[in-house]
Design a protein. Structure first.
Length: 276
């Protein structure tokens, strides 16, 4: 079973809690996190750092990155403001990381963006291009830059954050769904092509996640019902820390033989699994 110890490290036990079989340590790893300034990215940053990783924080929001880096204290980290839609900027992100630490063990392509729901026929071409760029093209750019470095090293791990919108569709968000489905295709193709280089490529596929932004929109169901009873945990959206924990597992030695997979992190809610 999975448990979290006092240091925040997720561990695999034998079910009795009496003996650790393996912990999902990231000690010694250099990990780039794109979209590090967002809700999920911040959770990844904190959890990966607590697990021993050197974290490289990438986002266009430099001030938010600096605040997050300061929060880490003396833990090793590097802030590299990056617009991942620009392939030259992404190349600089990877080159700066390797220059600072000598290698790149992993990248989590977490950055992305959404849109307001609308009918497919109402989607403007400019909105289509924007959603494809920030989600699909940006993920491609990061995979290519990181992948070239990992091929030189003959090892590495790539995690692409997709969405259940990419697996089941999301009526009203055609452009977002198409971009996230494309990320799954990139993952499958690169897992096949780069296995010979010992590069693991996987997707994590969240449904609705209770990030601070989503909570502020008022669309996250409450943890307690009107009678004051706690709503079953599996029927509520996961938090950003749940997505981060799945990524931590995939980056750890426990997942060294997992590649080409799309792993959901979602509640047992119909809207996260099926079309209405």
């Amino acid at each position: 079973m999975l448990v979290q110890n006092h240091a925040g490290i997720i561990q695999l036990t034998n079910g009795t809690g009496s003996k650790d079989m393996a912990d999902f340590s990231l000690a010694g790893q250099v990990v780039i996190i794109t979209g590090a300034a967002g809700g999920i990215g911040q959770s990844m940053t904190r959890q990966f750092s607590d697990a021993g990783a050197t974290v490289v924080l990438a986002s266009r929001n430099e001030s938010a990155l600096n605040l997050l880096a300061n929060e880490l204290g003396d833990a090793p980290n590097l802030v590299v403001p990056t617009d991942i839609i620009d392939p030259t900027a992404v190349d600089n992100l990877v080159e700066t990381t390797v220059k600072a630490y000598g290698c790149l063990d992993a990248i989590v392509n977490n950055a992305g963006g959404g849109a307001r729901p609308c009918l497919p026929e109402e989607i403007a071409y400019t909105d289509w291009v924007r959603l494809i760029d920030v989600n699909l093209t940006a993920t491609f750019n990061c995979c290519m830059s990181a992948g070239r470095q990992m091929i030189k090293q003959k090892s590495g791990k790539i995690i692409n954050i997709s969405s259940t919108a990419g697996t089941k569709g999301n009526p009203g968000m055609l452009h977002y769904s198409a971009a996230k489905a494309g990320i799954l295709s990139i993952t499958n193709n690169l897992a096949f092509s780069w296995a010979k280089h010992n590069i693991c490529v996987n997707s994590v596929v969240p449904g609705m996640v209770a990030t601070p932004a989503m909570v502020s929109y008022g669309i996250i169901p409450p943890a307690f019902n009107e009678a004051g009873e706690e709503v079953p945990r599996l029927t509520r959206p996961p938090g950003p820390e749940d997505v981060a924990s799945m990524c931590q597992f995939l980056l750890s030695p426990a997942a060294d033989l997992i590649t080409g997979e799309a792993i959901p992190v979602r509640s047992w809610e119909k809207t996260d699994r099926f079309w209405e």
